[in-house]
Design a protein around this ligand. Structure first.
Ligand code: ADP
Length: 419
């Protein structure tokens, strides 16, 4: 089955075309047929598509052209996929794309697993806009656009970033606010990055050959957004992002945890409106806010290591210290774990950051193997702790698109979705 996986942001659409079926899932032989991104939708959009080549470098296609909305962008993607220029074996008409899987940020309390998108599912995703105003509206645009491009003649599946965390116990997901706010407004921790944490959980148990119920790990997703997930018995029992993706770790431009009293104080001192405060916390804080330089970890490491920049070093120190605190908290919440697993752009590539996070965790039995740590970058997978560690550390590159493609196949075939 050829599945188009879409991840729609405010002005961008990322896609992968993945061939999967029951046999591929069993043997982990699913194939990525094409991938790409369109950025700056709404203006002069930048298109970058590529087709992997079994031997040699992938074939690339780049273009800049005006694309007014998500519909135009998705139409461009589909037309390119089926074109002779893309030359993807077996894909020449719309009918060669069997289904579409969407990454959807928020499924609320009701949508706790990947599902076929029906009228009532659409309504639920729309209802969740008030919980995820920065994400769900754009995910919905992608769903509507596919309906338009395919004239409603294709099955669509939604995979939710919140779904993996539906197993959180109430004492972990409730905030200590008046209880009626939960009853009236569903104010609670939902957690995000669930597709990534679920993939890490799945991949780890394959790599170490254990059953899902025996997976006791801390999954640390460090990308532009960052979150930690405590996974006990293969289930998420706590996670650092909250009702929105703003809570928890320090991120590229998000503050993560702060004292809520700071907000009122800043309103008085700086004269901010609530909307402006939201923008400060989401877009001007985190690594960018502390360093005053950039939200890009690569550049920060260069500034810290090569130029000895004080604020770049401070930003990395605050970032890594926050991760370390969550590791400690989750080891207590889980009563121990067998591995700490890094993923996401920073987690997969920044050996320097991983080392800083794991420094001083020898009391917990983590012993970093420096050679393994520096070697396992650029999409490589494996253990970065030494063989005497009581608590292992791993790098597992995430693959959210693969999981969404597989979930889409399962939903279309009426099969159960594994945790
Ligand atoms: P997103 O959350 O948007 O999917 P990514 O998972 O791609 O983002 O992560 C982006 C982050 O990963 C950026 O901070 C980037 O600097 C960092 N990153 C990517 N490659 C490296 C690298 N080689 N060394 C350090 N950081 C890196």
């Amino acid at each position: 089955m050829n599945i188009l996986v879409l991840n729609c942001g405010s002005s961008s659409v990322k896609f992968q075309l993945i061939s999967t079926d029951r046999h591929h899932i069993e043997h982990n032989t699913d194939k990525r047929l094409a991938s790409g991104i369109i950025e700056r939708i709404g203006g002069q959009a930048l298109v970058h598509f590529s087709v992997p080549a079994p031997d040699g470098s992938p074939r690339s296609y780049r273009e800049a052209l005006p694309l007014r909305d998500h519909s135009a962008a998705i139409e461009k993607i589909v037309q390119w996929i089926i074109s002779p220029e893309a030359n993807i074996p077996g894909i020449t008409t719309y009918a060669d794309i069997d289904a579409v899987g969407h990454r959807v940020a928020h499924g609320g309390e009701t949508l706790t697993s990947s599902v076929i998108i029906t009228e009532s599912v659409l309504k639920h995703i729309e209802d969740c806009i008030e919980l995820a105003p920065l994400h769900n509206p754009h995910n919905l645009k992608g769903i509507y656009a596919i309906n338009k491009v395919f004239g409603g003649a294709i099955k669509q599946v939604a995979a939710f970033d919140t779904a993996f965390h539906h197993t959180l116990p109430d004492y972990a997901y409730l905030y200590a606010l008046p209880y009626q706010f939960y009853r009236r407004h569903k104010i609670r921790r939902y957690g995000f990055h669930g597709v990534s944490h679920r993939y890490v959980q799945y991949r780890y148990r394959i790599l170490v050959d254990i059953k899902r119920d025996d997976v006791h790990v801390i999954s640390i997703h460090l990308g532009n957004g960052c979150s930690v997930c405590a996974i006990k018995g293969g289930r998420s029992i706590d996670t650092s992002m909250g009702m929105t993706p703003l809570e928890g770790l320090v991120m590229g431009t998000r503050s993560g945890d702060i004292d809520p009293a700071i907000l009122e104080h800043l309103c008085h001192k700086e004269g901010y409106s609530l909307t402006e405060l939201g923008s400060v916390l989401n877009k001007q804080s985190g690594l960018l806010g502390i360093s005053g330089l950039t939200n890009d970890m690569r550049e920060l490491i260069a500034e810290a290591v090569e130029n000895d920049d004080r604020r770049a070093k401070l930003a990395i120190d605050i970032f890594t210290y926050r991760v370390k605190k969550y590791i400690g908290a989750y080891l207590a919440a889980m009563n121990g774990a067998s591995a700490i697993i890094f993923t996401g752009g920073i987690g997969e590539n920044a050996a320097y950051v991983r080392e800083k996070i794991l420094q001083g965790l020898d009391w917990f039995g983590v012993h970093l193997d420096h050679d393994r740590n520096t070697t396992l970058v650029g999409g490589k997978e494996g253990k970065i702790s030494d063989d005497n560690s009581r608590l292992d550390a791993w790098v597992i590159p995430t693959n959210e698109e693969l999981l969404i493609a597989r979930d889409t196949f399962r939903c279309v075939m009426g099969q159960a979705i594994p945790r």
